[in-house]
Design a protein around this ligand. Sequence first.
Ligand code: ARG
Length: 254
Amino acid sequence: MKCIKFLLAIVAGLVFAVAAQARTLEEIKADGKIIVATEGAFPPFNYYQGDKLTGFEVELAEAIAKKMGLKIEWKALAFDSLLVGLRQDRWDLVMASFGITDERAKAVTFTNPQYCSGGVIVAKEPGISTIKSLVGKVIAVQTGTTYMENVRKIPGVKDVKNFPQNSDAQSALLTGRVDAWVTDRFTIKAALEANPNSGMKQGDYLFVERIAGAVKKGNIPLANAVNKAMVDLMADGTYKSISEKYFKEDVRCH
Ligand code: ARG
């Protein structure tokens, strides 16, 4: 009896696994809307202005969807749950400033790069600005990010403290709980513009990265459709105008 129950559970599991397929491009088109997940806490890329989700990649996603003839149903969730949810078919596309890495590319399919950026060192102490100066220091990063991954590779760092949100890592620096914070170069630019007297200073680049959207591993038709929309937006001036609105420059990869 136990054995039969066990077998039934396996069969049910298999049926579920087969049923839980990523939505195909046709299914998304037939539905008329694409489910896009982001974090909503990473200005100026994806964040809330009051109760409105906005930012560079939110506007970019809206423009991509429009080119594809779709509406967006947004989901805003914790950063480190976004790629996992893609594997579980909880949404079709993730736009949350994910850098393309070999490790992530094993689990998801990336679109073509949507912008180029990099992780930079931020500190209040003027002596902390280079990779060498991080030796013996405590560094704050957001959990699950490429900042975390790259800081861990630096020999001699005393401790890497992880925070669920990037703004928590920033607060840790501002309140003196850590010596440095590693974050996106545009994120710190926006933070310094919003708060010029914070005492934070941008130091050297730790690494550069190409940022892309992600779809379920192997959903190539969907990735291609997003890429095609991006090519059109880059050619017709839409990309440039959204980029200049947020950064006063064109942030596409060259
Ligand atoms: N670009 C970095 C990475 O790929 C940070 C992304 C953080 N995104 C966010 N929505 N908080 O890991």
